[in-house]
Design a protein around this ligand. Structure first.
Ligand code: AMP
Length: 116
């Protein structure tokens, strides 16, 4: 069950500030508070989704498409399309997810190390 007391829900409700890079009707993108690369952006859809499977399974198609289009837009806005980036989403205990609101990480700005 989705818990709307999670930190990203509070950020979406503007109860907690964030360093925003892009916002639209369906999503918000902002700088990670503990960056793991020179550029570390979090992309959060404005749906009550716990993780990727929850988002894809229970959201309107329009919202899913718009979220992924917004990721594309932000990658271009960051100007890292040519240099490269890593797109990550964590889910659950094994995936190491800390915040139970679906989100993607965009890591860029330097060579990102191997996954393991
Ligand atoms: P995950 O492990 O995929 O759930 O990642 C959660 C991410 O949220 C971590 O990289 C945290 O550094 C980041 N984070 C937690 N609180 C905040 C916040 N208030 N503003 C920005 N990023 C945050």
């Amino acid at each position: 069950m989705y818990d709307d007391n999670n930190i990203f829900a509070k950020i979406l409700r503007k109860e907690i500030p964030c360093n925003s890079v892009h916002e639209d009707e369906f999503s918000l993108f902002f700088h990670d508070i503990n960056p793991q690369a020179k550029i570390h952006i979090l992309g959060v859809p404005k749906t009550q989704s716990i993780d990727f499977v929850d988002f894809i399974s229970h959201s309107d198609q329009e919202k899913v498409i718009c979220f992924f289009k917004s990721i594309n837009l932000v990658i271009k806005k960051l100007n890292v399309n040519k240099s490269g980036y890593r797109l990550i989403t964590n889910s659950g205990v094994d995936g190491g997810q800390e915040v139970p609101h679906y989100h993607v990480h965009i890591l860029a700005g330097e060579k990102i190390g191997s996954i393991r």
